[in-house]
Design a protein around this ligand. Structure first.
Ligand SMILES: [Fe+2]
Length: 274
């Protein structure tokens, strides 16, 4: 059995600063990490699917590193649209997988977690909120998948490769490369799952013969407003149904994989009281 705990979108600010002037994201992440590390069955790895910090600043990453320090299992990070990959590399030099060379500076890597292969993609577009997968990144993925034919693979990426019907999130979703990714994944049935962030809430979608999922965030969640006119985060002060909400408890999700064949997968939100 391989157990991977996924955290996403912690949006950490500098010490003493709160996100959006109202959410102490560090406190939520601190409690989420404590909740994970208190599990009687420890995960084999922790994966954080982007938006690690809010503005890509050195002090934010240093704060993040201190918050993640209690994690005693292998930790994998990937960039979201709020991150600065170059600063990530500088602030996490001990994470050798972040240093893997790739053309154009994209932060894509492969790692092994027990019998699983983790393939992490970089969907970021410098200076933009939306995501993209260009030909270079997809070519790299094709080569990575070809190198692990027959092995169970988890693909991780920040922007999910599907529309959500939440208008403001779809406007900043993965705006290119979805069709190419779909045909690529469809040719590799050993991709057990695609795990994503960005959405700040959990959605599961069938995708190219596998399952694509987004994770809730430890702190603030996007409301399930399935409207093309769904308000953006900037509408925070408007009625609740338009806006992000803050969880009262930190959230994370996990994927279980039986060591032989995939029989069941499930995810849940921690109900640990903190
Ligand atoms: Fe985010």
């Amino acid at each position: 059995m391989t157990l991977i705990a996924q955290l996403s979108d912690p949006h950490i600010r500098e010490p003493g600063r709160i996100a959006y002037g109202r959410v102490d994201t560090a406190d939520y992440l601190r409690r989420a990490v404590a909740s994970l590390m208190a599990l009687p069955q420890q995960p084999d790895a922790v994966l954080i699917t982007g938006d690690l910090v809010d503005f890509g600043r050195r002090q934010e990453y240093e704060h993040l590193a201190s918050l993640l320090a209690p994690i005693r299992v292998p930790l994998y990070l990937l960039p979201g649209n709020h991150d600065d990959p170059a600063m990530m590399r500088q602030c996490f030099p001990e994470h050798a997988y972040l240093q893997q060379p790739m053309a154009d500076g994209f932060m894509q890597y492969c790692a092994r977690i027990g019998p699983l292969r983790l393939i992490s993609l970089d969907t970021t577009v410098a200076g933009q909120s939306h995501g993209a997968l260009c030909a270079r990144r997809l070519d790299w993925l094709e080569q990575a998948l070809a190198a692990c034919t027959g092995e169970p693979v988890i693909v991780a990426m920040h922007h999910p490769p599907f529309t959500t019907l939440i208008g403001h999130m779809d406007q900043i979703g993965l705006l290119s490369g979805i069709d190419e990714l779909r045909s690529l994944i469809a040719r590799h049935p050993n991709v057990e799952r695609i795990v994503c962030g960005h959405l700040h809430r959990a959605i599961d979608v069938r995708f190219a013969g596998t399952l694509a999922s987004t994770s809730p965030a430890p702190a603030h969640q996007v409301c399930l407003d399935l409207s093309p006119q769904a308000a953006s985060q900037s509408g925070w002060s408007r009625r609740d149904s338009d806006c992000m909400r803050t969880r009262r408890r930190p959230a994370w999700s996990r994927t279980l994989r039986p060591s032989a064949t995939i029989r069941a997968r499930f995810r849940f939100t921690s109900r640990a009281a903190h």
